[in-house]
Write a protein that binds this ligand. Structure first.
Ligand SMILES: [Ca+2]
Length: 199
């Protein structure tokens, strides 16, 4: 194979591999999945323990033993294991089919050290087949996004406080964008050589 063909071949392979690698890396992972979860209230620790809210399944849930209130929140806390720059947190409520329209009112807090907490957002999860009603997305502000601990406080509503899933997604690492740029350069190089050869 001629030198030019080799260069073309290598540019193509480099571009395809790095672009594939980057496209899979850009999709942020749920860093709450399988992490340590604790609570101050649990109706059924064996079947509905706090770990059920970070097991990746919408068929399982953490259920408290009552209704949360502003002065007596029933909370679920997740330790992500390290500090992450979070850009999005997803809270998943129920579609029970039995208690449709029932609600869980919540306040979501975040902390770097498990002692100083900042409010990240608040809202109401509705028992519904409508995903927009039963799921909430919270976007931490830049100064409140560097976090290790997340705490879901149930503070009201007509349901007992519970949560099917808590997901946390970090900002993609800068190195990911560097690799994406390298992949793009490789593909541009291939396109340029192919065009030059065809001319
Ligand atoms: Ca679950």
């Amino acid at each position: 194979m001629k030198r030019r063909s080799w260069m073309m071949f290598c540019s193509c392979v480099f571009g395809v591999i790095t672009t594939w690698f980057c496209s899979s890396g850009v999709r942020a992972e749920n860093v709450a999945l399988g992490k340590s979860a604790t609570t101050n209230s649990n109706w059924d620790p064996i079947n509905q323990g706090p770990e059920r809210a970070v097991d990746g399944s919408m068929s399982t849930l953490w259920a408290s033993a009552g209704h949360g209130a502003p002065g007596n929140p029933l909370w679920l806390k997740v330790d992500l294991g390290q500090v992450y720059d979070l850009e999005r947190i997803v809270l998943c409520g129920p579609d029970s089919g039995v208690y449709r329209g029932f609600t869980v009112e919540y306040i979501l807090y975040g902390s770097r050290n498990d002692s100083q907490w900042s409010e990240l957002g608040r809202g109401t999860l509705v028992d519904s087949p409508d995903r927009d009603l039963r799921n909430d997305e919270v976007f931490p502000t830049e100064q409140n996004g560097s976090l290790r601990y997340l705490r879901f406080d149930g503070v009201g509503g007509t349901h007992w406080t519970h949560l099917y899933e808590l997901e946390a997604y970090p900002v993609p690492e800068p190195s990911t964008f560097v690799l994406l740029g390298m992949g793009a350069v490789g593909l541009l190089g291939f396109a340029w050589r192919w065009r030059k050869r065809a001319a």
